[in-house]
Each structure stands twice: as structure tokens, then as C-alpha cells.
Design a protein around this ligand. Sequence first.
Ligand code: AHR
Length: 499
Amino acid sequence: MAELFINAGHRLSKVNKEIQGQFSEHLGRGIYGGIYVGENSDIPNENGMRKDVVQALKAIRVPVLRWPGGCFADEYHWMDGIGPKEKRKKIVNTHWGGVTEDNSFGTHEYYELVRQLGCESYVNGNVGSGSIREMSEWVEYITMNGVSPMADLRRQNGHEEAWTLNFLGVGNENWGCGGNMTPEYYANLYRRYQTYVRQYDPDHPVRKICGGPNVDDYDWTDTVMKTCFSRCPAGQHGFMDGLSLHYYVHPGGWENKGSATDFDENTWYQTMKKTWYMDELIRRHGAIMDRYDPDKEVGLVVDEWGGWYDVEPGTNPGFLYQQNTMRDALVAGITLNIFNKHSDRVKMAAIAQMINVLQSVLLTEGDQMIKTPTYHVFDLYKDHQDATLVESSLTTHTVGTGENLVPDLSESVTIDNQGRLQITLTNLDPDHDIPVDIRILDHATSKVDAEIVTGEMHEKNTFDDPERVTKKAFAGVFKTERGLHLVMPAVSVIHITAE
Ligand code: AHR
């Protein structure tokens, strides 16, 4: 028996909706085929965007979409992707499969997608092979409403009004594919680049995301925070609003990631242990950030996370196409709970990647589309968006094999603007159902609703069997004198709303 204690009267940090963000790169079928099929496609589309995909993404309330990369961002020259499509440059996507990139999805198409999704924009600029001028002019092209060379060019290309640029990434993985820089070099370059990110629309300032560490490179965080963090006088912007962190779960390590679908119990626990490592990373990078920024003005932005396995047999190794099982549902549920619990510092995140690449929420094949177990977990968690974290703690048992020992359960609890408690719980134990007694202080529960994603650990959706793993109503939550009681099935993610 586990016990969950909730103190609804003790409100902590806001859980920014952006924590449930998505990332789409020009990689494999992430954009082309997955989202964008062009206006002339037989696949039903609106201005080239797949209708089935947009509808499914709207249902989970995608709050923000990071684009165009990834490693691709530091080779992307935005001017290649504007103007008449037949005149756009055809380039080689050197990072991802060496395929031809025809630039038919560029800035205007991205903003059309953002419009259809009703989400915020997060554009990643090019530091690695671009210039300060190029990045500065991209910001001008997107956000300048008056008369200026870039605003005029945007109008010539058919878009009168400026768009909003909510977030700008100043390079990507600058320690690796984004230029192989040292932290000292990047930090100084960041200071220069961000200087020329002009705020043309004071009502919607561009928030600047500084390139952060690779996994546990704490020296990077320290150097960059020391060099780039600046307090801002009231009404002005400091040098940075966020620091990115990238961390992927490769069960057997980078060289031996393993199959997405065929794994044993040891690999299951290995995956879960690596998933829980996110908690340590956030604590340790957060502690360094606290030294420079005790008021937590700068968000930790985990803008690439998720499971990364071997590609599906027979698919292009450069396309990173992988299946998605209940294991991924647990990776997503645990990670999103960790983010919620650290929402005082984690202000935004983006799972990699939205469609057809790595731990996707959707997979497509021609005109077919399926929702993955990960999709259904995002569906369960969406009511946390912009709610307030409340104090909670959970008793857990350690389970696992060999060195791979982990807590069996995870949780996070928020209170939404209607005063409802939103509780999410995960049980990663593949063999045991676990009774959970919930004690709630400072909240009189009149009504309970619950929904669940569960299945045997290898279960997945396929194009032949698309509904094997779905979100289902869960009738197993009962009111008690002290709060609630339920039994969590083995391998499950549950969302409870207590009104
Ligand atoms: O998401 C795939 C790649 O992983 C991204 O392009 C890069 O930023 C990271 O290494």
C-alpha cells in the first residue's frame, strides 16, 4: 500500500503550459509527410497542413512548437525558405540522411501551422553557420510591423501583419552539432547575438533561450550562467530568459540504444532508471542556476527529451523513426511529473519529436495516422497546463533488477483555476498492481473523475491495430473519509480530477 499526501492549501509554483511543448525538426518525416503535405496533396489538408494531424494535436492543446531544429537549425538559412516555392533553394540536409530539402516548409508555413494549432512559437536561430545579421533580420522579418527592409520583404511575400515570436533559441547544442564550441566561447557569442534580437513588439517580447548543457555538463551551466545572466532594470530585458537542457533516454547507451519494441524486464528498468535521472539533472543544474539567479528569473528549458532507440528495421537510419510502446507512456508520465514538481525552475520543455521522429505523439504512413501511447499520456496531463503545483508527497517502494533500482510510483498534483485538483500518477511496476491511499488536506472533494492509460509493457498501436492503447475512463477511484483510494494497475498512468 502506498500513501499520497496532498496539502491543497499549500500552493507552490505555476506549472507553465509550455512544459508540455513539442519539437519538430526538418528530419525524416517529421515535417514533410508528417505535418506538411502541400496544398495539392490527396491527403486532406488546410493550406498544406494535414487535417488529421492538426486535429489530434489541438485535442492535446499543444502549447508551443519548437522549430526548425535541432542540429538542422544551425545549418538553416531562413531566407532559403521564403518567397515563391518554385524559386526556393534545394539544399542537402546533411545531418539527417543527406536528403534534398526543398525548403517548401519555411517561416510562412511554420506560422500557418502555429495559427492552426493555436500555439506559441519557438524558433531556433542559427549560430553555428549563420551570422548575427541573419538572426537579427529573421526577428525583424517575423515581428516588425512598421516600415523596414525585412517587414517590407515579408509583405512582398504575402504576409501583411507581423507575427509574434514568443521564444527564440540562440543556436542549438552549441557544444556539439551547433559548432563544437567551448562554454566560454559560446557564452560570449551568445551575449553578442542576443544584443541584436530587437524587441519590435513591446507587448509580446521575444524571450531568449541560451544554449545550455549536454546532459550532465555542469561546467557548461556554470560558465554560461556566470557570463550571460544579467539582472534587468524594471521594464527591460536581461540577456536571457531561459537556458536549454537536452537529455535523451538511451536504454543501453548511445552505442547500443536497443529496439523500441523488443526489450526484456532488465531493459525496462534500465529505461526507467534513466528516465528518473532527469530529476537529478534538474536539481543539479538548478542548484548552479540558483547561485546566479536565486529569484529564478531564468527558466530551465528542457527542449529536447524522450526515449531514443534504434530505428524501426528497414527504415532510413538518418530518419530516426521509431515505434512507441507502454514503456514510452511511462517515460512520458514520469518525466512530466518530474517537470511539474520542478516547475519553479522548469519553465518550458519540448518532447523530441512531435511526429514520426524519436518519441513521437503521432505516427503517419501515407494518409493514415495513429496516436501513440505517449500521445495519450499528454492527453491525460493537459489539465495541468497553467495550473498551480500544490504540496504533495508519496511513499514508494524500490523496484528493479541489478543496478537498475527505481521508485515504483511517481506523482504530481496541481490545482486549476476552477479549484479542482489535478492528480497524475504512474506505476512502472510491470508485475504488481499497487493500492494507493490518498489523504487530502484543505480540499472538500465532491466529485471524482479518472482516466487511465495502461497495458502490458510492450503494447503499442499500429496502423492495423490503432486503438490497442488508448485513454479510457477509470472507475476505480473511491472517496474515503480522508480523501481517495484506488488500486493502480501494473504499468499504468492515471489522471484524477477531484472537484
Ligand atoms: O532530436 C534529434 C537531435 O538530437 C537534434 O537535432 C539535436 O539537437 C539532438 O542531438
